[in-house]
Design a protein around this ligand. Structure first.
Ligand code: ATP
Ligand code: MG
Length: 786
């Protein structure tokens, strides 16, 4: 039945879903209260009941993974074909999508390359090198990461290099030292921008900067009329501006958010955007949701107690109708190895105790930082538990993947020097750093891209290169040319990659140079798989490529959008008149190497780059694996069982963080991912940066247990999952309660492993009947074996 999804909502959720579409709406609520569910249902409602064109809806998620999940949920409600028309993705992905289509309106070329964080870092590192003497003379040091973050902050505040330079001059720091730093940062910012422009590239912040520029133009008001934003508390100024521009004429805007979960202040997110929205959209209505559907009552109680210690916080009600469940566990271990081993064993025990109701994919280990994952990964491996690590751009950061993507970037944008530098010697072509430096300098002097420059080397116009090197360069140039022709023909990305690895003999190169060539080759195959997936999306997801006049979408708004290859003029009423321009000579195309506006290759590059920002690293296949993730990447997600190790001072709050309340909220976000079981742990000693350090329990938790009797909030013993617990868990997770015989058998198998005695529940604890039964089976089996 079409309305069934509405019947599954509570009264407040329904009110939010059915709220008039042209009255701005803020839905503010705690974790697990169904904000994302409401947002998804509202999109369905707008389409099914209010008959809003799906193409005019723009749904913004915080990660690409969240966009995929929303797409899946929405498909169940309104069907695939309608979902495909909704524009869905992160602010960055949406900007990239529109900029690809209308680059010249904001003065960029259509084959721009998006620079990832790694590339930005290496560009800045090189620029920073030229300040080495100046810094040393002033007894100063400047870390490239700080420079990156300062430039990024300036960009997100809309400050130009000139603004920073003026500020440095007039309001420079209090001391001469600060003055020097401010001046250097302003200069670096300017050189960095110059480099990006010369290389026809945009960094992640630029996507938003140019996106805002594009959407502030009058002609764009009809592109999206309805904007819905998830996780609004973590939007930065540019993202807010983008939203404001998109919704400026229609006022059709819905946001959901939770100030208690604002955890990206360090990346310039502004929780104040909530108040700003009320000023910019004065008719804004607020709806509060107060029922949590995710977690047991005791998990919710522990989480709320932690976050409530923030005196600056606005109190909020959140209740649940779920039963108490097991009290969250707080355990202390001598060392991180003990902690990791115990977590791995506990995962095994829980899986057995649940009679298989909990699979590996139901467990997550949430970390404050990636560096904590090594001991956990190895403990899980020792226990034979498969795991996947969600670590930012892990997959796309691998050497072999970066090599191949750099080749493809160069095929798409010959002006992109970082890609050229990466692959000119992969496989080795006898071009040392010195020769490379000369090539780059000479190309720059002649105002040619390095690729265009070396095309002349084999013509003999650059004399200093030895004949064997010349031959290798010639084959490199030939490969790129061939691939460019293939890409221009619209060949699918997976086939282009296949051709590339043959042309440059990449497998041989890996075998010759890498000890783990086999694994790396598997990753290359994985990249081809990823390309095929994107390809399928390209085939049946037209939004990846905005429709142009030749695409019969039947949608008025889209049809009104002129192609970049056409001349658009605004008449006096602001109505776009489209005049086909047969000569097709826009500035971008003249500069371009004749690639079509959005070749499949270009869209693939975009997808590979932007799939990393979600923190899922493009790695799918999380089925039947325990997840290890950072707390930040876990935002918006939920798991039946959550472990949070290293809840210690220095980690929570993180020693380098400037905002303790944000750290507390991060711990709150982590705890509230749990549906049925939550484990916090800490160690007496931990290896930090190669040194054994004494560790203390985090004040966030210490303060809780000082204020409240420990046993009310946290338990010190691991819980025995008895029948009643299993039934409750099955109800919360919407699963079948496991058969008792299966539970007993699985537990017996678990207890029969080597470390059985070490992990037996401590004596004095009342043992559950299940345990006693499993123990009996175990003993019988052991006796038989003897
Ligand atoms: P977060 O702040 O962590 O992002 P959220 O507020 O977005 O959380 P959702 O992820 O939408 O919450 O929902 C949490 C869980 O509660 C989901 O499993 C969802 O299906 C379930 N849920 C939400 N509303 C209801 C409801 N009315 N009835 C049953 N289950 C619900
Ligand atoms: Mg959510």
């Amino acid at each position: 039945m079409e309305d069934e999804y509405l019947q599954r909502l509570n009264a407040e959720q329904l009110k939010a879903v059915q709220h008039p579409h042209d009255v701005p709406l803020q839905i503010l609520a705690g974790p697990g209260s169904g904000k994302t569910k409401v947002l998804t249902s509202r999109i369905a409602y707008l389409i099914l009941h209010e008959h809003i064109q799906p193409q005019s809806i723009c749904a913004v998620t915080f990660t690409n993974k969240a966009a995929r999940e929303m797409k899946e949920r929405l498909t169940k409600l309104i069907g695939k074909s309608k979902v495909e028309e909704v524009k869905m993705g992160t602010f960055h992905a949406l900007c990239a999508l529109f900029l690809r289509r209308y680059p010249t309106r904001v003065g960029v070329k259509n084959n721009f390359t998006v620079c990832d964080a790694d590339e930005s870092k290496s560009i800045l590192k090189r620029l920073l090198n030229s300040y080495k003497d100046c810094l040393e003379d002033n007894h100063l040091s400047l870390d490239v990461r700080n420079v990156m973050s300062m430039i990024s902050k300036a960009k997100s505040r809309g400050q130009s290099p000139h603004d920073l330079a003026t500020r440095a001059k007039h309001f420079g720091g209090h001391t001469p030292t600060e003055n020097v730093i401010d001046r250097i940062i302003a200069e670096l910012y300017e050189s960095y921008e110059k480099f990006l422009r010369e290389n026809n590239s945009l960094d992640f912040d630029d996507l938003l900067v140019y996106g805002v520029k594009l959407f502030s133009q009058q002609q764009t008001t009809n592109w999206c009329r309805h904007v819905l934003v998830d996780e609004f508390q973590d939007t930065n100024t540019l993202q807010y501006e983008l939203m404001r521009h998109i919704a400026s004429s229609s006022r059709c805007v819905t946001i959901v958010g939770d100030p208690d979960q604002s955890i990206y202040g360090w990346r310039s997110a502004e929780v104040a955007n909530l108040a700003k929205m009320k000023l910019d959209f004065p008719a804004t209505v607020q709806i509060y949701l107060e029922q949590n559907y995710r977690s047991t009552a005791s998990i919710l109680r522990a989480s709320m107690t932690i976050v409530s210690q923030d005196q600056t916080r606005i109190p909020k009600t959140l209740h649940t109708s779920h039963p108490d469940g097991c009290i969250p566990v707080l355990r202390r271990f001598p060392s991180e190895q003990d902690e990791a081993t115990c977590i791995a064993r506990e995962i095994k025990r829980l899986s057995a105790s649940s009679g298989g109701m909990l699979g590996w994919e139901d467990f997550v280990i949430l970390l404050r930082m990636n560096s904590l994952s090594r001991s956990l990964e190895s403990a899980l491996r020792k226990e034979g538990i498969p795991c996947r690590v969600l670590k930012g751009q892990k997959f796309f950061e691998r050497l072999e993947i970066k090599d191949l993507l750099a080749y493809l970037q160069l095929v798409d944008n010959p002006e992109f020097v970082p890609a050229f530098e990466r692959v000119i010697n992969v496989p080795a072509r006898g071009i040392g750093d010195k020769t490379l430096g000369e090539i780059l300098r000479a190309a720059h002097a002649k105002q040619l891209s390095p690729l265009a420059f070396i095309e002349r080397i084999h013509d003999g116009r650059v004399p200093d290169v030895k004949p064997p090197v010349k031959r290798k360069i010639a084959s490199f140039v030939k490969a790129i040319r061939e691939l460019r022709v293939t890409a221009r023909q619209g060949t699918m990305p997976a086939d282009i990659i296949r051709k590339l690895i043959i042309l440059v003999e990449y497998e041989d190169h890996l075998k010759r140079t890498q000890p783990d060539a086999d694994t790396r080759w598997e990753n290359v195959m994985e990249l081809i798989n990823f390309a095929s997936e994107v390809q399928t999306e390209l085939n049946d997801y037209p939004l990846q490529d905005l429709p142009d006049e030749t695409t019969p979408t039947g949608d008025k708004d889209w049809d009104d959008m002129p192609d970049e290859t056409e001349v658009a003029e605004l008449d006096e009423e602001g109505i776009v008149e489209v005049k086909p321009n047969n000569s097709k000579t826009t500035a971008a195309q003249m500069a371009d190497t004749n690639l079509e506006a959005s070749t499949p290759l270009r869209l693939f590059l975009q997808a590979s780059l932007l799939s990393g920002d979600s923190g899922d690293g493009g790695e799918e296949g999380g089925k039947e694996k325990v997840t290890i993730s950072t707390c930040h990447s876990a935002k918006g997600l939920e798991w039946p069982v959550v472990f949070i190790p290293a809840v210690e001072e220095g980690t929570f709050p993180f020693a380098l963080s400037e905002d303790a309340n944000e750290e507390r909220r991060l711990l709150f976000v982590a705890c509230t991912r749990a549906q049925s079981l939550l484990y916090l742990s800490h160690c007496n000693k931990r290896l930090i940066a190669g040194k054994q350090m004494d560790r203390r329990l985090s004040t966030f938790v210490k303060a809780v247990i000082e204020d409240t009797p420990v046993c009310d909030i946290f338990a010190e013993e691991t819980p025995e999952l008895d029948r009643a617990h299993l039934e409750q868990m099955a109800a919360i997770l919407g699963r079948q309660t496991p058969n008792q015989d299966v539970v007993v058998q699985k537990l017996a198998e678990f207890y029969s492993t080597d470390r059985y005695h070490k992990f037996m529940p401590t004596s004095g604890n009342a043992l559950s009947t299940t345990f006693v039964a499993a123990d009996a089976v175990y003993r019988t089996d052991t006796d038989k074996a003897i």
